[in-house]
Design a protein around this ligand. Sequence first.
Ligand code: 4NP
Length: 151
Amino acid sequence: MKKVLMVCLGNICRSPLAQGILQSKVNSEAIFVDSAGTAAYHVGNLADERSIDVAHKYGIDITNQRARKFVVKDFDTFDVIYAMDASNYDNILSLARNNEDEQKVKMILNELQPNENNSVPDPYYGGNQGFENVFKMLNEACEIIAKKYYI
Ligand code: 4NP
């Protein structure tokens, strides 16, 4: 079984959406998807209401998720670790113990725009449109991830 981890800062806005979207596109027996945040601000919390709402609008329920912090052991558990933005990427890499750990970390939008290192914008301080925008980006990236590796 392939194991994929989606990582953002708080694990309440972007990575819960990435988790829910990818799970909706793949066979759960073939791939395990989880998410985490590099910060502990929201540990144990539900996803942000605006993420729950936009996911619901597109038929995806993410209310089973609770925020957790990324831990070094995640490098052992997961095959691929997708960072939502450049800062998440740097924070995860700073915890890598060796080259094998480092190789697992990728910028999620590089699946859509290879080598551009584009970031999924942090929608936390904005309005609902930001969440809609994030959903669309992640949906396109996860479509490619699902097709490329996991169906
Ligand atoms: P996320 O968004 O990293 O996509 O979950 C954020 C959530 C919380 C905060 C910042 C970004 N915060 O500062 O609490």
